[in-house]
Design a protein around this ligand. Structure first.
Ligand SMILES: Cc1ncc(C[n+]2csc(CCOP(=O)(O)OP(=O)(O)O)c2C)c(N)n1
Length: 623
């Protein structure tokens, strides 16, 4: 077994090229086996196993720097760079991360998780490297999906201008999570399907075969404009026109060919080059080859059948999407806008039912928001569905393009709060903090599926300005969608369960059930506990809150957000002077990046379970 010998990249470099495809198969088998147990980004990682081997084989990593975009495809990279023996712990509590982490390995050049950062990091690396008179290769690896992000274009603009040597690997599998969309994607597809493919590959071989000191010669030949090299550049004219030299398309599953090509391209030192590598998403596992979208990010599954280990329950994402389908049936002005996350945000059914009204803008959250603003300005009713963590990107667009004009863009903010195994780049712990400071922004926080449905209906009818509904990653608590919206639903009125005058727990969203459970535990100990569930966390009903707080001796707020900038702080600032002293504790996440672990474990680690909260309150009672 070759993999057993690979404890470091040096071991890899000792293999001969004929052994590399065997190693690739072993790595694939390991990834499939582990991810079937732990869940994770399977299809993307399987697709780049051969590419990853070729890169580490040729480059002098970690001195040469591979910069992964998103980093969800870095599993083979982890296995090859000293983490094979820890790979079974990936995404588990205390185990290695599912994304590159600078604290985990010197081979992980940056912390990543959000898309389209690699080219900006790469050009920054090059400028620093050249200024410090260092000499190493900078190799960003970016997918065709991530290339749709605005930042990637901003970086390309500078890369073409500064002309610093770097080798960009464009990993083109024609997929983002779903099939990739957009003019650029169509352009890349034209290149791949065009007749140049085979001839170009042959040309690269010809050059490599006939030129011993290829790097220097390629430069020389390119400078002289030899006709065959010109031909090689033709397919990627777009990149060439921006000032990058284009090579490809290259078969991303022929390791030997890639080793030769990278050996020759990585030594080109007179400017940036882009090598267009064509890979198959999900490669090497029949189910993920056939359903790359499903296996993009997958829960534990049975390797033999490809089926999930536990039957997926109805998620809040699906509830939001299905509700939108019902609304859109009665209102042809309802649109859904997604930034390459149709499935993740539950919009699959909507996209099939109303293809013209479901707009996938690519991995472009900033653009999605400003695009939605223009829809709203023209009387369309856009529901812009974006995960909390990715909406961080679009902050100024919400302020400048939506908020300042009070445009009724409806934000469906999925994965709000802690998300678990994807870890620190993916937790949605900031949305309340960043949204509540925007004047006129209404923020709703449903405690369950039924409230989410009502809130989507409420947002549909709400025309006075932007409204955000932020909901956690979780289940709707029902196996089927059988929700019926209430006619007179008003999220501005909190749910108030008054019991005694001792303790009041104020919560919102998923933490309402934690508050109720804590109240029960305390009731069993003889402490009467009232609960308030805020459905709308901005604006707050100040008069109501002051009355409720005044009616209790001690008050606690529980939320699935950072404490800093959270709802607890808003409540505190809205309370009258005499009420403020009653607010004893805000149970929320502290001021630190929260690592990956199951959601339940993270709640426990930060003292946010019902039992822990009840115990804290009991101690507080007796002190
Ligand atoms: C800013 C941002 N938006 C959305 C995502 C969610 N996401 C993770 S991977 C991915 C698709 C990336 O496509 P591509 O770069 O082509 O890589 P592939 O998975 O196809 O290998 C998306 C949309 C993200 N990570 N970051």
């Amino acid at each position: 077994v070759l993999l057993e010998k690979i404890n470091s990249v040096e071991n890899l470099r000792q293999l001969n090229t004929k052994e590399l495809p065997v190693l690739a198969e072993e790595i694939r088998a390991r990834i499939i086996e582990v991810i079937s147990r732990n869940g994770g980004h399977l299809a993307s990682s399987l697709g780049v196993v051969d590419l990853t081997i070729a890169l580490h084989y040729v480059l002098d990593t970690p001195t040469d720097k591979i910069i992964w975009d998103v980093g969800h495809q870095s599993y083979a990279h982890k296995i090859l760079t000293g983490r094979a023996s820890a790979f079974h712990t990936i995404r588990t509590s205390g185990g290695i991360s599912g994304f590159p982490r600078i604290t985990e390995s010197p081979f992980d050049t940056y912390n990543v998780g959000h898309s389209s950062t690699s080219l900006s990091l790469a050009i920054g690396e090059c400028v620093a490297r050249d200024y410090l008179k260092k000499d190493y290769c900078v190799v960003p690896v970016i997918g065709d999906g991530s290339l749709t992000g605005g930042m990637a274009f901003e970086a390309l603009n500078q890369i073409g201008h500064l002309k610093r040597p770097m080798m960009i690997i464009l990993n083109d599998n024609e997929h983002s999570i779903s099939r990739n969309v957009g003019a650029l994607s169509e352009y890349l597809t034209r290149i791949i399907s065009g007749s140049f493919y085979n001839t170009t590959r042959k040309m690269i071989y010809d050059i490599i075969e006939h030129i011993p000191l290829v790097g220097a010669k390629v430069e020389e030949l390119a400078a002289k404009g030899k006709s065959y090299l010109k031909g090689l550049l033709v397919p990627g004219k777009f990149f060439e026109d921006l000032g990058l030299r284009y090579f490809g398309p290259v078969n991303g599953h022929n390791i030997e060919a890639m080793v030769e090509i990278f050996s020759n391209t990585c030594v080109i030192k007179n400017g940036p080059i882009i090598v267009h590598v064509v890979t198959q998403k999900g490669r090497g596992y029949g189910y993920s080859e056939r359903k790359p979208k499903h296996f993009h990010s997958v829960a534990p599954f049975c390797v033999e059948t490809g089926e999930p280990v536990s039957e997926p329950a109805l998620s809040l994402s699906e509830v939001a999407g299905k509700t939108l389908v019902r609304i859109a049936k009665s209102d042809d002005r309802v649109f859904a806008v997604t930034a390459a996350m149709t499935t993740g945000t539950g919009l699959e059914e909507f996209s099939l039912t109303f293809p013209r009204r479901c707009i996938d803008v690519g991995i472009a959250e900033q653009h999605a928001v400003t695009f939605s603003a223009a829809l709203a300005r023209n009387g369309i009713k856009p529901f812009c569905a974006i995960y909390s963590t990715f909406l961080q990107r679009a902050y100024d667009q919400i302020v400048h393009d939506v908020g300042s004009m009070k445009l009724p863009v409806r934000f469906l903010i999925d994965r709000a709060g802690i998300v678990g195994e994807d870890g620190e780049t993916h937790h949605g712990l900031l949305d309340i903090s960043y949204l509540k400071s925007i004047p006129g922004m209404m923020i709703l926080s449903p405690p369950d599926g039924a409230h989410l449905v009502n809130m989507v209906y409420y947002a549909w009818k709400f025309e006075k300005g932007p409204v955000a509904i932020r909901y956690h990653k979780g289940n709707a608590g029902r196996s089927e969608y059988d929700f019926v919206p209430e006619d007179d639903y008003n999220p501005l009125i909190p749910l108030y369960d008054k019991r005694g005058s001792d303790v009041l727990l104020i919560a919102h969203g998923v933490m309402h059930s934690v508050a109720r459970n804590a109240a029960e535990i305390l009731a069993a100990k003889g402490v009467a506990v009232s609960t308030v569930c805020l459905l709308c966390v901005k604006p707050l009903d100040t008069a109501f809150l002051n009355d409720a707080v005044y009616a209790h001796r001690r008050v606690y707020v529980i939320e699935n957000n950072y404490r800093i900038g959270g709802v607890g702080e808003s409540i505190l600032s809205d309370l009258s002077g005499e009420n403020r002293g009653r607010l004893r504790t805000i149970f929320a996440f502290p001021d630190e990046f929260i690592c990956h672990a199951p959601v339940s474990e993270l709640f426990a680690r930060y003292g946010l379970t019902a039992q822990q909260i009840a115990e804290t309150i009991l101690c507080d009672t007796t002190s």
